[in-house]
Design a protein around this ligand. Structure first.
Ligand code: FES
Length: 112
């Protein structure tokens, strides 16, 4: 069963831009990618479908050099921003797991 949890979204998150969030739950920690693109905020689990590792190059750095894809630092897989589908690399056709987001009372919430 999943619940909604508040998260902090940096005010200065650029478009496109990313940041990583670690959500501490009672039984586990969930790593999330927050992505701003084309005026929208999206969230994915920070877990590459190839091996399950986190994607970032450095803290909060998930975009490739073009800014058009999320890129896994381990083997270079490229994921479309809008849906997280892998379009190049060892996990083509697989996708990042989308995390539901909503805004309520001026705060962002994720469903995990
Ligand atoms: S672990 Fe991400 S592409 Fe291999």
């Amino acid at each position: 069963m999943s619940d909604w949890h508040p998260i902090a979204v940096p005010d200065d998150l650029s478009d496109p831009g990313t940041c990583g969030v670690s959500l501490a739950l009672p039984e586990r920690t969930v790593d999330i990618i927050l992505l701003r693109t084309s005026g929208s905020l999206l969230a994915y689990l920070n877990r590459c479908p190839h091996t399950g590792v986190n994607l970032e190059w450095q803290p909060n750095r998930f975009l490739d050099l073009t800014g058009h894809y999320l890129q896994c630092a381990t083997h270079g897989a490229l994921f479309r921003l809008k849906d997280g589908v892998c379009v190049r690399g060892p996990c083509v056709g697989q996708h990042l797991s989308s995390v539901p987001l909503r805004i309520e009372s001026g705060k962002w919430w994720v469903q995990i």
